[in-house]
Ligand binder design. Structure first.
Ligand SMILES: Cc1cc2nc3c(=O)[nH]c(=O)nc-3n(C[C@H](O)[C@H](O)[C@H](O)COP(=O)(O)OP(=O)(O)OC[C@H]3O[C@@H](n4cnc5c(N)ncnc54)[C@H](O)[C@@H]3O)c2cc1C
Length: 454
């Protein structure tokens, strides 16, 4: 009998297997397709490969500002796809090697959970003291009537041989924003219709506005409060409160994802699911059935790789008898591109809705020396704090390297550092990270390089 059976070889399952093995567990990992999961094969890594190309393209176009004479002659999609596959394969191979190095058995095939302690893979029945479900997510079926012929899934986008002439994007979340940014930089005409008043409804309003401006500057047409109702004779019918509009595009991007939580035995065992169809788990990543844990995208909520890996550590430690808790409030989010976003914790609006007395500070990239010398002045850091205690409630960064800078805020929140303590720190110069300290100082009203308040 194994100590732990892990179902799924994405970033969640892979991390869970290794952590359980580090704790001296005997571990088997079951994967039905290929090691790496969505992240390595169809998600984070492939999309950032494309965004890297787009970012270099945009920088090359601005080379003249830096005294360079460069001429971007075109885009070789086949070369980008080949690079994407090379990097993804290299990572997947590394994962396989590291599983072997940790003494983890890998069984290829579709796993079905037959009881709280058994998983069937074909003729093989695996027995374990604990099971960790890490079956991830998949593209949800497209539900827009008439759209079949126009749909461009994210999987197809990341393997494209040509950039479509025009695309309608409807996903207001991070994947939609990244795809809209990518396509626009590569020369596609992008219409971005979102059901609510703005893109990124779960993020701070200021961040969403800054990213919307960055998209508009790259030619994206954003249509708020518009829902794609149906496609008729090749035209996309968009409905808003006041009117119905028709947009003709070559493709409609489809990126909606659904947790993989059913179809492999959990229903029969009575494992509880949440409203979004994900497997319900408590703070220990335990499901409603003893001995079965679930982590990552299959639990719904924030569907992010680093969340899957962090939940993996928690589930594996609990399965191996080492009590562990997953801290949801430290989930950071990011968007890559030229103008990036990094965020953690509550937005200003969310903090106010929770009845907190909020104090806010911010600092623009436009007066940071490093941002100026690099020609990357679009962006700002915003801090949301409790006015009474100085507790950091959220940090929201938009601009170059925001996805890296947000790590500072995550660490500060993890260590329960106050705004005052953060503001007293200092950083290397010239650097983007100086803006983070400056925004914390502004929260206390003494940012040195901003005009006096009041
Ligand atoms: C376009 C795109 C871009 C993204 N960009 C980012 C990003 O920049 N940053 C970020 O953090 N996240 C990003 N994500 C999300 C990220 O990819 C996922 O959050 C992450 O892969 C989830 O990991 P997981 O281990 O939970 O599931 P997955 O990676 O989906 O892995 C699940 C694995 O389980 C296997 N499996 C399923 N059912 C069974 C079964 N019954 N038996 C055996 N094996 C099974 C699957 O084959 C798969 O390999 C992106 C996603 C997409 C689509």
């Amino acid at each position: 009998m194994y100590d732990v059976i892990v179902l799924g070889g994405g970033p969640g399952g892979y991390a869970a297997a290794i952590r359980a093995a580090q704790l001296k567990g005997s571990v088997v990992l079951v994967e039905e397709a290929a090691m790496g999961g969505t992240c390595v094969l169809r998600g984070c890594i492939p999309s950032k490969i494309w965004l890297r190309t787009a970012s270099l393209m945009e920088q090359a176009r601005k080379a003249g500002d830096f005294g360079l004479k460069l001429d971007v002659q075109g885009l070789d999609c086949a070369a980008v796809v080949a690079r994407k596959e090379g990097v993804s394969n290299e990572i997947a191979m590394g994962m396989t090697a590291l599983l072997a190095n940790n003494g983890i058995e890998v069984v290829m095939g579709r796993g079905t959970v037959e009881s709280g302690h058994t998983v069937r893979v074909g003729d093989k029945v695996l027995e374990g003291k604990n099971i960790i479900i890490a079956t991830g997510s998949t593209l949800a079926p497209c539900t827009i009537p008439g759209a079949e012929g126009l749909v461009l899934t994210t999987d197809e986008l990341l393997g494209m041989s040509d950039v479509p002439g025009s695309v309608l994007v409807t996903d207001p979340g991070p994947i939609g924003v990244e795809c809209a940014m990518l396509l626009a930089i590569l020369g596609c005409k992008v219409t971005y219709a979102v059901p609510g008043p703005r893109i990124l409804p779960d993020e701070d309003q200021d961040s969403a506005q800054r990213l919307a401006s960055a998209l508009r500057e790259r030619g994206v047409k954003i249509m708020p409060r518009c829902t794609l109702e149906r496609v008729e004779n090749g035209a996309c019918l968009l409905k808003s409160k006041k009117k119905e509009e028709s947009v003709t595009v070559d493709k409609v991007l489809w990126s909606l994802r659904a947790p993989v939580a059913t179809g492999f035995g959990l229903e029969a065992l009575g494992v509880a699911l949440g409203e979004d169809g994900g497997i319900s788990v408590d703070e220990h990543c335990a499901t409603s059935v003893a001995g079965i844990y679930a982590i990552g995208d299959c639990t719904g909520g924030w569907m992010l790789s680093h969340v899957a890996s962090a939940m993996a550590i928690c589930a594996a430690e609990n399965a191996m008898g080492k009590p562990s808790v997953f801290n949801q409030s430290l989930v950071s989010r990011a968007i890559w591109g030229i103008v990036q976003m990094g965020s953690v914790g509550l937005s200003e609006e969310q903090a106010e809705r929770q009845g907190r007395e909020v104090e806010v500070g911010s600092f623009p990239y436009a007066i940071n020396g490093y941002a100026m010398l690099r020609g990357e002045v679009d962006g700002a850091v915003k801090v949301v704090a409790d006015a009474g205690t100085g507790e950091i409630l959220g940090v929201h960064i938009v601009g170059s390297q925001a996805s890296e800078l947000i790590g500072e805020a995550v660490l500060a929140m993890q260590l329960e550092c106050t705004v005052h303590e953060f503001a007293k720190g200092f950083r290397v110069h010239p650097a983007f990270c100086e803006t983070v300290v400056d925004a914390f100082r502004d929260t206390e009203g003494w940012a040195l390089y901003l005009p006096r308040r009041g």
